[in-house]
Design a protein around this ligand. Structure first.
Ligand SMILES: [Zn+2]
Length: 114
């Protein structure tokens, strides 16, 4: 997720798709290549934005932050988890891991008015 960080929080402006590099069942886990993250970071900078977080989906599961999600997280990013139920978007949560990666705090998500 590319966007900006201001006094009123973080704003996602671009959701950049990265390939799930996990070798096994892709619905069960995701893995990002460091070079893809680097590319996203460069893309953000070239558009005067920041790489503010990473999103992934949980097919037919709630938008919770799993042990694996926590283990593979970085404390400086926001992690948005999308719950997809029967191939449709259901709900989302944003998580902010602590520096020790032992706990993730839920962040408030505000949707733009349409
Ligand atoms: Zn997950």
């Amino acid at each position: 997720m590319l966007g900006s960080i201001g006094d009123d929080g973080k704003t996602v402006k671009v959701a950049m798709r990265l390939e799930n590099a996990f070798e096994g069942k892709k619905a069960a886990r995701y893995e990002l290549r460091p070079e893809d993250l680097l590319r996203a970071d460069r893309e953000a900078r070239s558009r005067k934005m920041d790489l503010i977080g990473i999103y992934h989906s949980h097919p037919d599961c709630d938008a919770y932050f799993s042990e694996t999600d926590l283990k593979n997280s970085c404390p400086w990013y926001s992690f948005v988890v999308l719950s997809i139920q029967k191939a449709r978007f259901d709900h989302a949560n944003s998580w902010l891991p602590n520096a020790e990666q032992t706990h993730a705090e839920k962040e408030e998500l505000i949707w733009p008015e349409s």
